[in-house]
Design a protein around this ligand. Sequence first.
Ligand SMILES: [Zn+2]
Length: 491
Amino acid sequence: MDTLLRGGRVVDPGVGFDEIADVLVSSGKIAAVGPGLDAPPGAAVVDVTGMIVGPGFVDLHSHVHSIAGHRLQAMDGVTTALDLEAGLMPIARAYADAAQAGRPLNYGFSASWGMARAQVLLGAEPDAGIQSALAVLGDPAWRRSSSPSELTAWLSLLENEIAAGALGIGVLMGYAPTSEPAEFLAVAALAARAGVPTYTHVRELVEVDPETPIDGSEEIVRAAGETGAAMHHCHVNSTSGFHIDRVLGTLDRARQAGSRVTVETYPYGAGSTAIGAAFISPERLKMKGLGPSNVILLETGERMADEKRLLEVRRTSPGAPCLLENYDETKAEGRAMMRRTLAFPDAIVGSDAMPVFWPDGHIESTEWPLPPGGSTHPRTAGTFTKSLRLMVRETGAWTWLEAFRRCSYLPARVLDDCAPGARAKGHLGVGADADIVVLDPERVTDTATYADGTRPAVGVQHLYVAGISVVRQGELQTDALPGQPLRGEAR
Ligand SMILES: [Zn+2]
């Protein structure tokens, strides 16, 4: 069915357009943008006067693999949610599972460095699930360096995954922080050869751990420079902490010199991961100027009382999701740091959305509103609307055009070379995918908190995925599962 969005302020970062206009959607694509468009017979005409109409947000960093999680992200303005930092393995099964269950939003995955390593180093059988992947991160045996034959074996697994449609290679280097740097260079060389990007959670910074085999940000910059690979630095906010200005300087230098380094951030002072992660050991917390009390179990809200309790939980349930308070955003210094990071030239907003965990062990629900008792980091439900609130509404640091450039346009461009389908995303050009967000510029805001991470954002008035309405008049449409796969095409 055709839809005419009438009279909104249309913001298209693809061509720098920001004017009152109509948008005509036909067969899931943008058919026309301009003033006073005629509605074709039978078209639904939606009055969006006073609203902002732009390309839906393209999230390069979402660990949400569920209808429940996608719905929270839909309310946050996201139309494409991709797991590129961790990835899933095997890729064929990840795509098949999502297609079979149905998804409200477009989806896609990178090849999982973590699971490929786990298959070779631990004999783990990958099941394309997030929970098994979280469990692997807590296994110390997985963190060691690979022998030459092991390296060859898991590189070839990654190569197969790329051939099967993976959107690049996700590298959780920070979870194996003392592994041999030559391994990372080999991954970068493979990515360059295959024409796909890497997406890295970097290893420790030299300021934090002077013994680190290589500084996390320098490792990316060096590998990008030496191999020519496109290398995406995930959540620079959470891995840099108080060293953010130095890290942004390092990345800026590489970008100025022509390296294909892209930078991503989300607007929260706390991170979230499995409590068994290498960087949550008592020693590593201390190196960062943090302690056990900065670690909070997501499902129970239990703050680790002391080192003994932290070690106990890491031993008994290493895959348990937790919050890690990197810096205090209730303090002016923390807030200023957050804004500086968002303001970094071309910084891409990416959520690092986590699954919603229910106490019975489930991470999926098709009920809406979500059943009570679910827990997740607030970034799952609020990253994009919080970024708009902080950077457009409250400070005016971004224009709306700039906001859509960072939330929709630039992330899609990271994928252009490896996934031709991405070229139809992140803008409103004629023929582009009709992935559209319509938001109320006066009301748009996050509402999720650390204590209640599943509160949906408000102010996203309409959301279309492939021209199908997922949010209508601020209400989630529970029968809408129009999400399509975005796949890599190996060259
Ligand atoms: Zn990460």
